[in-house]
Design a protein around this ligand. Sequence first.
Ligand SMILES: [Zn+2]
Length: 212
Amino acid sequence: MQLESALTEDQRQVLWKFVRGDVNANEFEKWLYNETALETAFEDESYLILIGCDFRSKEDTYKIKASIRSVLEVGENCRCLAVRDLDNIEMGGDWFFEKFFATLTKLASPPTKQWWLYISRCNACCTNWLVAQEERIHDQFYVERISDRVVQKAKAGIWPDRFRTYADVLDMGVKLGVSEARFVDPMSGSLQVTVEELLQTVLTISAREVGL
Ligand SMILES: [Zn+2]
């Protein structure tokens, strides 16, 4: 797939939202047919492929996303647009996290004992990210796009509710469908430490919930 001329900022944003999953195929299809200016932005054959896609087919949608992504990635200075508004990024895996964090600078950490939590800003596109680091069970970063206002409030001591406890962080793994970790040693150090912390920080949690 190829571009004929530069995309507008709005077009680039919507295409990325579709690729990363913040806009569903149905919404994207409607936008696509209304956004007739795309016809001149994409090279002829690429545009025909785009509007010829059967968005009801999961396979076709997956393929078209991959094609659009390869076009969009050219010339991007950071990886922010590839990440959903609320997303998980694997530590290790395909090492995408290294590229994502390469342009991020830490802005603030909570004044409390929430060691897993911080706010970073991208030096390239100025997106702010709330980051929760879950390195004990699933090895994931959970990230959420946040506004400048939320950053200012956090700097003044009022942090967002999201990821307030380590149990919230673990819950996010379930919500985002991160596969369950299997520990060879059920009494492994990181599991014990996590259970102790859950018991300390979440007073309402029952022993049954933490599997004791
Ligand atoms: Zn960025």
